[in-house]
Write a protein that binds this ligand. Structure first.
Ligand SMILES: Nc1ncnc2c1ncn2[C@@H]1O[C@H](COP(=O)(O)OP(=O)(O)OP(=O)(O)O)[C@@H](O)[C@H]1O
Length: 300
């Protein structure tokens, strides 16, 4: 089973929110969708689950067009969180589970497993409005996965969570992936994407600016960071043509160069000058790549 987004476009009036993106996600894969605010992530999600019609192109799951209303194949955690504040957690989940065609006793069994996993069993009979924002988010996540969907779409699942809850949710998402669910999620927290996804797409104003396997993207990316420490003054590196960025650190310097050849050249210059204590070439972080690719859009 595969999710295929084929040359999809979405226009709102004159504004093109999504501009010809194509993505294929294999069964059981965890796929990351990145982009600055307004880049088109939520619009793409809404097209995947059939809440919005593409202006052009198609989205299919296992060869079929999806419709959120009529299918229990999909689980969706929307960006705008919305539970009924006056309902208890239990009644809320029973209501939402029934909409997905589940029987009440199955809903209650599944709900209790999840409440235990999230260490919030005492909330079963509490009203949603009595829960903290982070705990409401856990309940909304449970609502999205209670019926064991084949395809799970998570729009900013980690936003607003403290590190403990964030780790708990990550473990839950991995658990669901281990059971064969295909997961697509968006996040502004690059470390989460780095930790969890093999493949990504990075959107800028509705267009894909980067796409593919994350390890390959990093390896082939035109930036290398080099950490250096030596027994002599390294400030001359600022003037070297190969060095595009120079920062002094506690233990030496960190420079950026464009590729491995440039790193080799710097190494031989340093070796000629004297003893090099440390010379470590690192792949760029996804954070560095995001800033490089999406740049000023991230602040819009
Ligand atoms: N219903 C709509 N009508 C008009 N314009 C819309 C509508 N929905 C989204 N847009 C516009 O489409 C663009 C993409 O929005 P979208 O919500 O998909 O971005 P996003 O990447 O999810 O952003 P964020 O990270 O802030 O959630 C934005 O310019 C937004 O203003």
């Amino acid at each position: 089973m595969t999710l295929i987004i084929d040359n999809v476009e979405k226009q709102f009036g004159n504004h093109t929110a999504v501009n010809g993106i194509s993505v294929s996600v294999e069964k059981g894969q965890m796929f990351g969708m990145l982009g600055a605010n307004g880049a088109g992530k939520t619009t793409t999600f809404r097209m995947i689950i059939g809440l919005l019609e593409p202006s052009n192109g198609t989205v299919t799951w296992n060869g079929q067009k999806l419709s959120y209303k009529y299918t229990n194949l999909i689980g969706y955690l929307p960006e705008e969180r919305g539970l009924y504040p006056k309902l208890t957690v239990r009644d809320q989940l029973i209501y939402l589970g029934k909409l997905k065609g589940m029987k009440k006793n199955v809903i209650i069994d599944e709900m209790r497993l999840w409440l235990e996993r999230f260490k919030v069993t005492e909330y079963e009979t509490k009203k949603v409005e009595e829960l903290s924002k982070g705990n409401q988010q856990k309940i909304q996540f449970i609502a999205a996965v209670l019926h064991k969907p084949e395809l799970l779409i998570l729009d900013e699942p980690f936003s607003g969570l403290d590190p403990v809850n964030s780790d708990m949710l990550k473990a839950a998402v991995r658990h669901i992936q281990d059971q064969g669910t295909t997961i697509v999620f968006s996040s502004h927290q690059m470390n989460n994407v780095e930790e969890m996804c093999e493949d990504i797409i990075m959107l800028k104003r509705g267009k894909a600016v980067l796409q593919g396997n994350l390890t390959e993207i990093k390896r082939g990316y035109g930036i290398k960071t080099v950490s250096i420490s030596a027994d002599y003054d390294l400030s001359f590196l600022k003037e070297q043509n190969q060095v595009t960025q120079y920062t002094e650190t506690k233990n030496g310097v960190k420079i950026q160069v464009e590729n491995e050849d440039a790193a080799k050249e710097i190494f031989s210059i340093l070796a000629d000058k004297g003893f090099v204590r440390k010379f470590e070439v690192e792949e760029p972080s996804l954070h560095d790549i995001f800033i490089d690719k999406v740049g000023g859009d991230a602040n819009e």
